[in-house]
Every structure is written in structure tokens, then in C-alpha cells.
Write a protein that binds this ligand. Structure first.
Ligand SMILES: C[S@@+](CC[C@H](N)C(=O)[O-])C[C@H]1O[C@@H](n2cnc3c(N)ncnc32)[C@H](O)[C@@H]1O
Length: 331
């Protein structure tokens, strides 16, 4: 039942976030009529939506029909430090929702191009002409990065960073992960390389918010054209956006710019062996719909590294096992 009707749950969750229900409840419990008035909604339909959100255990409903946030519901507030609001708005919002209907046809035709079928362009090109999509996408990356960065730091907990002075996060978004590294390792300096459009609004960037602005530089650029020289490169959810040839190109630019002994860290949802169910196997289908990329096994990442001239070292896993960090060395 949950599989068949799973989309209902995600859409109910999306509607709650989209309408601002979780922010409206952030300070104190309220009745549906009060929330409806505050948010300009219909009171009767609002009650039914709140009741359904209660059934998903995102809200508590009292006997007097007053609603409050549960612990899971708190994660959907805009101002929660680990807010999942952005990723909810992206994944269940109209753009990504529309991609899934192309899945059966893509698998039949062998053409991985749902975004182009739906919007006429690849996602990054489309984002340049639809600011509303770009804004939701970038907020989603920042939002999801708060939990993913914790997994990456956990995976590399035992890593010796003393030989690394400058680390470059390629396609680093608003910089949450890089700034988390700088906050944890005070000797590190960092550069976020990103498309100009993503980093023009200073208010969205994390360096000052995480107190590392003196050691963090944001650099507008194109990873397919040039990357700055750095002792180590890190990429989270970058290679999964691209096909193998594109990945080898990205890795090759970094190897050429790295000094001898330089490192690359690839943080991704890594596909485990065939018998283990894993989020990465589902994320792979989203990537099939979204662009030219895919999720990969650790052996497939090692192969990409070797094809781009890096030496595969090892894959580091956090205790959650949800992401992995594949390490390469410029020998
Ligand atoms: C899936 S997002 C991941 C963002 C970030 N690494 C994270 O994990 O939150 C991919 C990022 O790659 C950036 N990007 C796409 N093409 C790029 C290019 N040619 N050069 C640099 N960055 C690029 C996008 O702007 C986007 O922020």
C-alpha cells in the first residue's frame, strides 16, 4: 500500500511545506482556523490537510483539534539548522514531479533525457532561463547539504588532513560542505568553484554564517574549462550529474591542476552489491530522469578515477552508510 500510494504522502508533505504550515507552527500550537487566517487559506480544507500531516506524524493533533510540530515536523521549518524544506520543495515541486512520467518511455527508447523531453533543455541550461527553478534547486542543495556534509565529515573522521592546506569544492553550491570542513580543520583554506549565477547573492553563502569567511573564497568558473590549483578537490553530488565521459573530463582538469601528491574526494550515494536495498539505487532513477548522470558502485568510481589518470586509494564510509567518499591520488 505504501508503495502504491507513496506519492500521496510526498505530495501532502509538499503542500504543507509550500503553504508555510511548518513555519506558522514554529512557536506555538494553533487551530486550523488560526493558521488558515494567517496564511490566507480556506479553513475547512486547511483542517483536512493538517489532519493528514498529523497522520504522517509531522504534526500532533490534540483532542481540541489544535496542531503542533512533531520532532520530524520541526525539520521542515525554514529556520531549522538542518532544515529539509528546500529539498522537499525541489523533489516534489512541479518541475521534478513532471519528469517522472517520462520514465517508462525512456527505458523503452534507451534515451536518458526526461528533462529535455519536458522542458526542452538540460537542467542547468533550463535553470539559466527560469529563475524560479534555479532558486528552488540551489536552496534544495544547501538544505540537503546540511545532513550530507555531516555524513561526509563522519566518513573522513579518521583522515589525516595535515598534509592538505588548500581544498577546492568543485560545484560546491553555496558552500555548506566546504565551510563545515574549514570550521572543523582550522589550518585549511578553501575555494568554492561554482557557476556565477549560483554565488552572486552573498546572503545565501555559508562562509560568514559558519564563521570561516577569512579562509573561504568563492570563485565563479566552469569546471569543464578550468579549476584553480589545490592540494585536494572535493565534489559532492557532482559526478552523479554526468555521464562517464563527462566525469573523466571533470576529473582530468582537476588532476592537471593538482600538485604531485594531490587528492580528490568524490562524495556520492554509492551503489552497494546487488543483494542490498539502498537509497542510491532509487536516487539512480531520479538521476536517469534529471540529466545524463547516474549513481555508481565504488568500482565504477575507481574506474573513472583511473581513466582520468588518478590512482584509486580507498572508499570511506560514514556510520550511516548512506554516502561514501571515494579517494584518488595524483601519484
Ligand atoms: C547537484 S548540485 C551539488 C551542489 C553541491 N556540491 C552539494 O552537494 O550541495 C551540482 C552543482 O554543480 C554546479 N555546476 C554545474 N555545472 C557546473 C560547471 N560547469 N562548473 C561549476 N559548477 C557547476 C551547479 O551549479 C550545482 O550547484
Amino acid at each position: 500500500m505504501d508503495l502504491i500510494f507513496g506519492r500521496w504522502r510526498s505530495q501532502i508533505l509538499y503542500a504543507g511545506v509550500r503553504l508555510g504550515i511548518f513555519d506558522a507552527l514554529q512557536n506555538n500550537p494553533k487551530k486550523a482556523t488560526v493558521i488558515a487566517e494567517e496564511l490566507g487559506l480556506d479553513p475547512k480544507l486547511t483542517y483536512r490537510l493538517l489532519r493528514a500531516l498529523g497522520s504522517l506524524e509531522l504534526l500532533n493533533e490534540s483532542a481540541e483539534r489544535t496542531f503542533s510540530l512533531t520532532e520530524a515536523g520541526q525539520l521542515l521549518r525554514t529556520d531549522h539548522p538542518e532544515s529539509l524544506r528546500g529539498i522537499t520543495l525541489l523533489e516534489e515541486g512541479p518541475h521534478h514531479y513532471a519528469l517522472w512520467k517520462h520514465l517508462p518511455a525512456m527505458v523503452q527508447d534507451g534515451k536518458q533525457n526526461a528533462f529535455v523531453r519536458e522542458f526542452g533543455d538540460s537542467a542547468f541550461e533550463y535553470a539559466l532561463r527560469d529563475g524560479s527553478y534555479a532558486e528552488v534547486f540551489d536552496e534544495a542543495m544547501s538544505s540537503f547539504s546540511t545532513i550530507q556534509s555531516a555524513w561526509v565529515l563522519d566518513a573522513l573522521q579518521a583522515y589525516d588532513f595535515s598534509q592538505i592546506g588548500h581544498i577546492c569544492d568543485v560545484g560546491g553550491g553555496h558552500g555548506y560542505m566546504l565551510c563545515s570542513f574549514l570550521a572543523k580543520y582550522p589550518h585549511l583554506k578553501g575555494t568554492v568553484l561554482e557557476l556565477e549565477s549560483v554565488i552572486t547573492d552573498d546572503t545565501k553563502l555559508w562562509a560568514a554564517k559558519l564563521g570561516v569567511e577569512k579562509r573561504c573564497q568563492y570563485l565563479a568558473g566552469d569546471m569543464f574549462k578550468a579549476v584553480p590549483s589545490a592540494d585536494a578537490y572535493i565534489m559532492k553530488m557532482i559526478l552523479h550529474d554526468w555521464n562517464d565521459e563527462e566525469c573523466v573530463q571533470i576529473l582530468d582538469y582537476q588532476r592537471k591542476a593538482a600538485p604531485s601528491g594531490g587528492r580528490v574526494f568524490i562524495a556520492e550515494h554509492i551503489i552497494p552489491d546487488s543483494s542490498t536495498p539502498h537509497f542510491a539505487k532509487l536516487f539512480d532513477i531520479h538521476m536517469m530522469c534529471w540529466g545524463t548522470g547516474r549513481e555508481r558502485t565504488q568500482e565504477e568510481y575507481a574506474d573513472l578515477l583511473e581513466r582520468a589518470g588518478w590512482k584509486y586509494m580507498k572508499t570511506w564510509f560514514p556510520s550511516s552508510g548512506l554516502m561514501g567518499v571515494v579517494e584518488g591520488l595524483k601519484a
